[in-house]
Design a protein around this ligand. Sequence first.
Ligand SMILES: Nc1ncnc2c1ncn2[C@@H]1O[C@H](COP(=O)(O)OP(=O)(O)OP(=O)(O)O)[C@@H](O)[C@H]1O
Ligand SMILES: [Mg+2]
Length: 255
Amino acid sequence: MAGDIIKVRDLRVSYGNRVVLDGVNISVKEGEIYTILGRSGSGKTTLMRAILMLERSEGIIEVMGVDLNKASNEDRERIKRYYGVMFQAASLFTSLTVGENVAVPLKESTKLDSNTVCEIVRFKLSLVGLDDDVYNLYPYELSGGMRKKAALARALVLDPKIIFLDEPTSGLDPVSADDFDRTIAELNKLLGITVVMITHDLDSFFGISNRACVIRDKKVLAEGSPYDIMHQDDEWLRKLFFGDRGKKFTQWNLR
Ligand SMILES: Nc1ncnc2c1ncn2[C@@H]1O[C@H](COP(=O)(O)OP(=O)(O)OP(=O)(O)O)[C@@H](O)[C@H]1O
Ligand SMILES: [Mg+2]
């Protein structure tokens, strides 16, 4: 069984005097698709940003064996090189073409010549299922689904070991969302990339995640397989899974 690629213990994150996470423990296993669930404002993005070293935190965040809050700057930078990130808004630079957008991390952290950069970018675009023609298009010329895929290609451009996705399917129609989920699952299988994903989308939760945690009252209410999470004795989770929207996924279980 694979070991933990991310281990968070007793994590505490505050904004000023306001404590948002207090005593969070999670373990993400290498090669899995791990989902973070929780109501809006519960601190999901904050947890992700702490692991990404974008927020100050107390406690242990161990990534690939490195304790980030105790590590040297050099080690922290080395771990960052293994990360690929797609933020909630999937924001691309509007003044750059798709190709130029995807190339940004390569230009920032390598000295590769422009032909090589171009080849890598085209390969990453094809990996996420985008046609070659989008290379020269601007973000405003893309559909929402294509924009998310371009942002995913950019997150993949430095060959990350872990990708972080903050609500990747929000705002997509169901067909594009399914397509995006399939792409994530294929990348996970094909390249062995560990995926940490925040989502409210129960299709993604039941469809592609291996394990998940639920953030509640500044802590982790539960961690386990989708099946384990679904059977927690908790009011909000019951509403999520067995309410009007959720019950189509869980009806078989009500009988
Ligand atoms: N930079 C910040 N400064 C101050 N407070 C913040 C900041 N970022 C987030 N918060 C607060 O921390 C809490 C958790 O926010 P966070 O964005 O982590 O929630 P979330 O679970 O990702 O919510 P959503 O599902 O709506 O994206 C919220 O109450 C939010 O207002
Ligand atoms: Mg969020």
